[in-house]
Design a protein around this ligand. Structure first.
Ligand code: GCB
Length: 618
């Protein structure tokens, strides 16, 4: 009896220890990298998979090994890989075997998931490591204590993506705005599973670089780079080497209380911009005597982002954002990362003359941001806070707020060193309790909601004072919410959901509304969504809803309104490509057809129109 009590107490303590080991997003901010001090192993491939509709897996200890499985591709959402699971969002289990080389025994070994939607529990060799809630952002665990080197290790992950009012994004909302299936409170398909790559990687045990934050500025022709470095371990010093454009500048530093800050002046700076996305190479090395203990290399762009009353400024120059709201969405992969789609999308953004996009409605795979840095595309980086609301169950409201804060921190630490990221977006289209689609708006705003959004703005501004912030407002939504932002972003569908069939009337409402918004706020405005469902190949000699002609004329009318207002600093069309959503009477075939490209990236008439207009403007 005493013996079994001892085992259950020690077992419980060990379990708690493992769970408590879950790191803060700051400690996993550096993407896994291969160099003389770090190794990586990509676990992409065919894994084993099993559904758990009765939720019996934990009780039956499936984490010790799955039986009667089927094959699944990782990364990739599960919904479209089979013929029987499209709308299945309950628990599933994944399993794979990963070989860990013998020479990793002197290193810390970590496992990192780029995104698991929505709730993940991870076991290695039967030991539970931790839990992560929320899709679209990475999490990682130190698995050194449970890993066997020189042999195969079993990795098991339990995932579920139940739609719940307490989650972000929200689902299964009583009297929700959407009457659709599955019951998402948002307009995109709730693709589930291990959507991004899974990595094993090592970090040096004796001392490691745990975080690097780069901030840039310039004075006349001199670039100013501030590099903040944090470390773990007894190491005392190191150096930063910045190279590029005939420069090679080395600066030594010493740690004090685990931190060091290095200031670098870059003569004749080559600034990062849309036209010239020049990247310097930054290398941080930490040393024990003369031996490098750890190193990390980062491409950096030297640029500034600011705002005045009328426009966003990149390197002090006005910039007009031309682009789209997008989705990570493709047949069969679902929301799973697919590198050829990323490359193609950048090719099409360039082809059409766009210079920016918003990661609606969640952070995208890291590869999108690396490409944007190289291609000179500006990103508005959004957390999955789509369709928030503040009425109803107070515990749910509090839980959603906690998740939004978690997402913001995870997003900041992941993306803070990308020059392409110019703005953080704390929410898309929060909904007031009563909405009326007119510019007069709905009910007065609940004061708690203003406090909640102010908290999100305060949090992201306290983390980062080098970028702008926004919140994307819904038609008829309260002014108090969008007014908290640096840049006013509005999604507008006058001429579609209201004034249906009447493009000129819709454009007139837009014109009147943005004049009102500017006089209320004296802040630059982006129309962050505007668009119409367009069935590819449908035509009419006079523009008519759902035809390609209507889409083209609608977009033209909106762009003309924007051109007449010097304080409109960007126009993002909804959407870049057609995308899968949930079933409902306004979504033909479970699709949102507002893409300027089809789901398989073929241009509609509006795409040719935009290419002509946007590339001419250049
Ligand atoms: C919006 C939402 C977006 C929808 C879009 C639409 O305002 O932000 O997620 O897909 O409208 O097509 O209705």
């Amino acid at each position: 009896m005493i013996k079994s009590l001892f085992y259950s107490i020690t077992g419980w303590l060990f379990f708690c220890h493992l769970l408590m080991a879950q790191p803060h997003p700051k400690d996993i901010a550096l993407f896994p990298q291969e160099n003389p001090n770090r190794s990586i192993s990509d676990l992409s491939g065919i894994w084993e998979f099993k559904k758990d509709p009765e939720n019996i897996g934990i009780k039956n200890q499936w984490f010790n090994g799955l039986t009667e499985t089927r094959s699944i591709a990782v990364p990739g959402s599960w919904n479209e890989q089979f013929t029987d699971s499209r709308d299945y969002l309950d628990a599933v289990w994944y399993q794979t075997e990963a070989f860990v080389p013998e020479n990793w025994s002197d290193e810390e070994v970590w496992i990192r998931f780029g995104s698991v939607n929505y709730h993940a529990t991870v076991w290695v060799n039967g030991q539970q490591l931790g839990i992560h809630e929320g899709g679209h952002l990475p999490f990682a665990f130190d698995i050194s204590k449970v890993t066997k080197t020189g042999e195969k290790n079993t990795i098991v992950v339990r995932v579920e993506n139940k739609l719940k009012p307490s989650r972000v994004p929200t689902g299964d909302v009583p009297n929700g705005f959407f009457s659709n299936y599955p019951k998402s409170n948002f307009d995109f398909f709730p693709y589930a599973g291990i959507n991004r790559k899974v990595w094993l990687y090592t970090l040096p045990k004796k001392g490691k670089i745990s975080d690097i934050t780069v901030k840039t500025n310039f004075e006349k022709t001199t670039g100013k780079v501030t590099v903040a470095i944090e470390k773990v371990g007894a190491v005392k010093s190191g150096e930063v080497i910045l190279t590029g454009d005939k420069n090679s500048i080395t600066k030594s530093f010493k740690f004090s209380k685990g931190k060091a800050t290095v200031e670098i002046d870059v003569p004749q700076v080559n600034l990062w911009s849309i036209e010239n996305p020049f990247l310097y190479d930054l290398k941080v090395v930490i040393k024990d005597n003369d031996d490098p203990l750890d190193q990390y290399q980062l491409p950096i762009g030297i640029r500034t982002v600011a705002v005045n009353e009328k426009t966003i400024l990149l390197n002090g120059e006005p910039v007009f954002l031309k682009g789209f709201g997008k989705h990570e969405d493709f047949p069969i992969f679902g929301r799973g990362v697919a590198n050829p789609v990323i490359v193609k999308d950048y090719a099409l953004l360039k082809w059409i003359g766009a210079n920016s996009y918003r990661t609606s409605h969640y952070p995208y795979d890291e590869e999108y941001y690396r490409m944007a840095d190289r291609e000179g595309i500006l990103i508005i980086d959004e957390i999955p806070a789509v369709g928030l609301f503040f009425h109803g169950d107070k515990n749910d409201v509090a839980e959603r707020q906690r998740m939004c804060k978690q997402y913001l921190e995870e997003l900041y630490y992941r993306d803070k060193n990308h020059p392409s990221v110019i703005m953080w977006c704390v929410a898309n289209e929060p909904f007031p309790e009563k909405i009326n689609f007119s510019i007069e708006g709905g009910e007065p705003t609940d004061p708690d909601s203003i406090v909640a959004f102010q908290e999100l703005f305060d949090l992201i501004r306290s983390l980062d004072n080098t970028r702008l912030t926004t919140l994307v407002g819904v038609m008829g939504g309260p002014l108090e919410w969008i007014g908290l932002a640096d840049v006013v972003c509005i999604n507008r569908y006058w001429g579609w959901y209201a004034q249906s069939g009447e493009i000129a009337k819709g454009a007139a409402v837009l014109n009147q509304e943005i004049e009102g918004l500017y006089s209320a706020f004296k802040k630059p405005i982006i129309v962050s969504e505007f668009g119409v469902d367009t069935y590819p190949g449908m035509h009419a000699e006079q523009p008519e809803m759902f035809t390609e002609e209507y889409q083209k004329e609608f977009i033209k009318a909106y762009l003309d309104v924007a051109d007449s207002k010097e304080y409109v600093t960007g126009m993002h069309i909804w959407a870049f490509a057609d995308f899968k959503t949930t079933q409902g009477i306004v979504r033909f075939g479970g699709m949102n057809y507002k893409g300027v490209f089809t789901r398989d990236r073929k241009p509609k008439m509006a795409a040719h129109y935009l290419k002509e207009r946007w590339t001419k403007e250049e």
